[in-house]
Design a protein around this ligand. Structure first.
Ligand code: FES
Ligand SMILES: [Fe+2]
Length: 361
């Protein structure tokens, strides 16, 4: 057995030059996950940083989602700094108070009447947005790739989750963490389970297959992995109504999917966790996790989503710690590349996909 399947190099992880190229070829060309759409109620807005571009997401009063450049059309001030749940259904620039409706239309320009400024020609600059069963996707490319074909190529495993009725779920909690690691290290860590026994004792306790180092069950073409619900320590122990469309097998399974380049979706009945990565340069990645449940599950007597949320945050923090350790390690002068083994099959997929995308002109 030779060791000739290589990871990316230290330069690939750490260099500013590679990061600038990634912005062009990956983050400004295709589609990017921007979390769960259910986070935004009508009349609300949020701000996301998509690889250095501040994007304003709004849900207008008719319920439609929009993505705008977070910049005022007047003299270029940043419009919003953070999520504002108390929105009054419009956006006012903090500089000269030009005001925009949540669909982007410029509706007020104090001290300037119709003869002085033509408001109809100055809506917020808009980015392409698509919603897939409640998941928000934004493209910074003025001419983005066709969405369905793109999804098929970049998030094929997630397409299987259509059956769970994700759009019917509600966001119960959202968390945010700051990881001192390159975004590719965070993705690669998600793609393998050779670290699970050592790093995630609580996880391997309820997903016994992970003790073997495999990520998926070779016997199951559906991508599922058995979850032990009965153990005292299992956060999935409580019985409550399942996800819409979940079968008996789904009820005792975990399914994971990567959304290239910046997300993961985890389904463990009755919960769905949407993790979104917001890279901020080569050395830092912000990750948000949205926890979704069906209203019937939440309404079940005695059901508490908190142990499931806590469990996922615990596993996520364990992962973040090792990702930061790798980020420090690959800075070594000696690290030209690492090696990938057959059990790293999904890391190999990611690495190849990444190299192909970066190589494209
Ligand atoms: S820059 Fe926004 S109102 Fe002037
Ligand atoms: Fe992990």
């Amino acid at each position: 057995m030779s060791n000739d399947t290589h990871t990316l190099t230290g330069h690939d992880y750490l260099s500013d030059e590679v990061w600038l190229l990634e912005r062009q070829r990956i983050f400004r060309s295709g589609w990017l996950l921007a979390g769960a759409g259910q986070r935004l109620q009508r009349g609300n807005r949020t701000v996301v940083d998509l690889a250095g571009e501040s994007v304003l997401l709004t849900r207008d009063l008719d319920g439609a989602l929009h993505a705008f450049a977070n910049v005022c059309r007047h003299r270029g001030a940043r419009l919003c700094e953070a999520h504002d749940a108390s929105s009054q259904g419009s956006l006012m620039c903090p500089y000269h108070a030009w005001t925009y409706a949540l669909d982007g239309a410029l509706i007020a320009t104090p001290h300037l009447d119709d003869t002085e400024v033509d408001r109809s020609t100055l809506p917020l600059w808009q980015y392409h947005l698509r919603e897939w069963h409640g998941l928000v996707f934004v493209s910074l490319n003025p001419d983005p790739p066709q969405f369905d074909a793109w999804l098929q190529e970049h998030a094929a495993e997630m397409l299987r989750f259509e059956r769970f009725g994700l759009e019917q779920l509600v966001v119960v909690a959202s968390t945010r963490c700051d990881i001192a690691a390159n975004w590719k290290i965070v993705i690669e860590n998600y793609q393998e389970c050779l670290h699970c026994t050592r790093v995630h004792p609580e996880l391997v306790d309820i997903v016994p297959l992970y003790r073997t180092g495999w990520v998926t069950d070779r016997e199951r073409p559906d991508g599922g992995v058995a979850v032990t619900r009965s153990k005292e320590s299992s956060p999935y122990r409580a019985e409550a109504p399942s996800l819409p469309g979940a079968t008996e097998l789904d009820h005792t399974s975990y399914y994971g999917a990567t959304v290239f380049p910046n997300g993961f979706v985890d389904v463990t009945d009755p919960s769905v966790v949407i993790s979104t990565l917001y890279p901020d340069g080569p050395n830092r990645t912000v990750m948000t996790m949205d926890f979704l449940f069906h209203a019937d599950t939440l309404a079940a007597p005695g059901f508490d989503p908190q142990p499931i949320i806590d469990f996922n945050v615990l596993v996520g923090n364990q992962d973040n710690t090792v990702c930061e350790m790798v980020h420090r390690g690959v800075a070594s002068l000696a690290f030209d590349h690492g090696v990938l083994t057959p059990k790293d099959e999904y890391v190999i997929w990611f690495t190849e996909h990444y190299r192909r995308t970066m190589g494209a002109t």
